[in-house]
Design a protein around this ligand. Sequence first.
Ligand SMILES: [Zn+2]
Length: 244
Amino acid sequence: MILYDSDLKIFYSTLINDDNFFSGFGTKDLGDGRNIDTTINFVQKNIPNFKTIVIPEQIHSTNVTVFNSNLIDNVEKITETDGVITDDEKSILTIITADCCPIMFVEKRQGIVGISHQGWRGSVKRLGQKMVKKIIELGGKKENIIVAIGPTIGGCCYDIDDERYFEFLEEFDGYASKIFHRHMGKLHLNLALLNYLQIKELGISEKNIDHFPFCTSCDKKRFFSFRRDKKQDYGEMLSFICII
Ligand SMILES: [Zn+2]
């Protein structure tokens, strides 16, 4: 289940957060995640004794970085990556999104966490599946992997043109009836559902997948939305995960 923490102003997955793992999908109330101070302020205030804040330079790729560091009280930027995985304690993995689909991954027994950012490019190229496979490569077991899919633009608001439709159709023909619908003559795509189906396809049990039921574009009070806001009042939400 995804719940809201009104003190921290984050949504979190009850499948993930416990005494050893801490994660959150941030809201507008945290500030614009593109500003690095938003992340630093949040972490300094809420994650005592953190070691490193990991900030990927997101480029809509399917590049995955396995991060390890001995540095303390540090900010580490990683170039050209959209997925980060670590087994470090107190290394805070972050991404920012506004309509794109943020996904978190945990293998609690092995102590591995990951986070990834997928817009349409990452989704069509199956970045979420790449993250799961990498965690398994690092010693994780499929049956222990938990996944949480965060606030994403909904099928209600995400219309796509024909070119993109055919690109998705080519890769995900079998899911077409589930992920596309037509509204007012336009084709709409449910990006979060597509990512959910990809994770399930790998054999991750439904009970291990949490997903966020609202749309970033519809919920103006809580979320920034690239599609909705364009250049006015535009920002991005911070999401993070760490082993504490
Ligand atoms: Zn919507």
